[in-house]
Each structure stands twice: as C-alpha cells, then as structure tokens.
Design a protein around this ligand. Sequence first.
Ligand code: ACO
Ligand code: ZN
Length: 309
Amino acid sequence: LREHEEFTKVKNIATIELGRYEIETWYFSPFPPEYNDCLKLYFCEFCLNFMKRKEQLQRHMRKCDLKHPPGDEIYRSGTLSMFEVDGKKNKVYGQNLCYLAKLFLDHKTLYYDVDLFLFYVLCECDDRGCHMVGYFSKLSVLWLMMQEKHSEESYNLACILTLPPYQRKGYGKFLIAFSYELSKKEGKVGTPERPLSDLGLLSYRGYWTRVLLDILKKHKGNISIKFVSDITIPLAAMHLFNQLLELSDMTAIKAEDILTTLQSLELIQYRKGQHVICADPKVLDRHLKAAGRGGLEVDVSKLIWTPYK
Ligand code: ACO
Ligand code: ZN
C-alpha cells in the first residue's frame, strides 16, 4: 500500500502544527506507515519530532530541552541565525527535516541517506527560542571526495525550502545568497541540483539577475579579462567566454547559469564580430526593476565558518 501511495503521490497529511503556525501541506511525504491514518501532525518546532496528538506534543514540549536546531550556529545578524546541522551526527533531526520538507517539495526524492548531507537551517530568534524559517541542504564534501567528484565546480545546494508562513519575504533569496557565500569560502563555483521547481527557478533567476546586473552596472560592463589559453574557442566568443568566467569568479555562480540568465534577459549581443554582454545602464536598470526586491542581505562579516578540509 505504501509503495502504491508513493507512486501515485496521494497527499496524506493535510495540515501540520509547527510552533505558532498551523500550515496546510502541499504534497505527499513518505512518513512511516503508522502515520498513514493521520490528517494532521504536530511537530516540535525545535527537534522536529512529530506526533499524532496535541496532548503528546504538549507533553513533549515540557521535556524537550532543545531551543534551536542541533548543530553549530554559524551566522547571527540581528534576530536571524543560521545553524549547520550535520546529518551524520543528527540523523533523527535530518530525517524529520526531510519528512517535513517533502510536504512542500514535489519533485524531489528525499530517499537519500541523511548521513551524506549538511543542513543549513535559518531561524528567527526571540526569547522563546530559535524558530525555523527555512533551510537548504548540501551534500557533504566528504561524500563528494569519496565519489571523486571533488571538483572546482559542484552542486552547492540540494534542496531549499522556506516554510509557507515565511514565504515571499526575501528569506529564499537569503538562503540562496548564503549557499553562494559558502561556495566563495570554499573557493568553488556552485549550482543548485536540478530539477528546480517553478518557485525555485523564479527565486534563482531573481537572485542571479540582481547579482549579475549589479556587477555589470558597477563595472560599466568592463569586466577585467582573464586569459584562458588551454581551451580552443572561436575568436568571436572569446571575449564573452572570458567575461563569463570572470563573473563566475566574482560571484561563485556557475558560468552556464550566468549565460542562461543573461540570454534570457537578451543581454548577449553580437557587435563588430564579437559576442558581448550589453551593459547599457538604462537597459540594466529596467531589468533590475523587473527583478523584484533584493531580498534579505547576507552580512558576510557575521558568517563564522571555515570549509571542511
Ligand atoms: N509567486 C510568484 N513569484 C514568486 C512566488 C510566488 N508564490 N514565490 C517566490 N516568487 C519569486 C519572486 O520573484 C520572489 O521575489 P520577489 O518577492 O522580490 O518578487 C522570488 O521568487 C524569491 O522570493 P523570496 O521571498 O526570496 O523566496 P521565498 O522565501 O518565498 O522562497 C522558495 C522561495 C524557497 C523557492 C519557496 O517558494 C519554497 O520553499 N517553495 C517550496 C519548495 C521549493 O519549491 N523549493 C525549491 C525546489 S528546487 C531545489 O530545491 C533545488
Ligand atoms: Zn522537541
């Protein structure tokens, strides 16, 4: 029966209670079979354990001693904090987070081993504790190395979620920006795992557009040129190719993502036998306006984190 449900993706849990919110779910999530008969689940907002009845949650809350996600606080600015949770050290938390996230993620199969992932959990903190707003997950470097995929370019984000009560407030772009800040510290270029959901693509497109256009505007299109000698490229594309690499270096955004973003904005043009990036300030401003709000800024000076070696 369970396999059948997973296959047809019949939504099982209709609502959840989490902290002070009651949230309607979006999709099926593969909770253990004993929860199959529940329409509503009660989550402890700190350890993410889930229960069938309100009284169970109330009893749990009296003895649960967590007031924030288990793991290291690696960022704090104002009331916002980011916690890094290692799935290997906090298996149950990682699993609970995946069950919860799947309720809002359609296309992702979350049947991976949580051991392999790091979870970056964003919280709004007050005197009652740190309340989860959203998170993103990332395959751990150790695992990448075991797979010999330890390259200069890799996925810097597996799944991203902003809980529905917190959506459309800029937290998604904050999480995306944060994932690129980690990549910069690792000295790597990153890209999110595919496929992206519609909302995921919208958020990424918005983030990429804003970051790239801000740079183009500031540098008036004069992105310094890095000489690449070991790749044969048609002369007409050489300048563009170098510009893309330079932008990629500055932002940790993978060059392909930069190219598709600029192409979708029709900013790649062919002039005097060369492909170039258009940097007309009026055009850039028009696109920037259309790209929406900038989202919440990541204050890099508040990020205390060193890459895994
Ligand atoms: N309708 C239209 N545009 C939207 C919507 C919406 N409902 N939600 C987000 N956007 C677009 C807007 O352009 C928005 O910018 P704006 O508000 O300045 O116009 C931009 O996306 C990002 O908005 P944020 O407020 O920064 O993002 P949010 O906190 O809402 O989080 C996220 C975005 C994480 C994608 C959220 O919608 C979510 O959790 N969705 C469900 C899970 C999901 O689909 N995750 C991505 C899967 S792909 C992957 O994991 C690799
Ligand atoms: Zn708890």
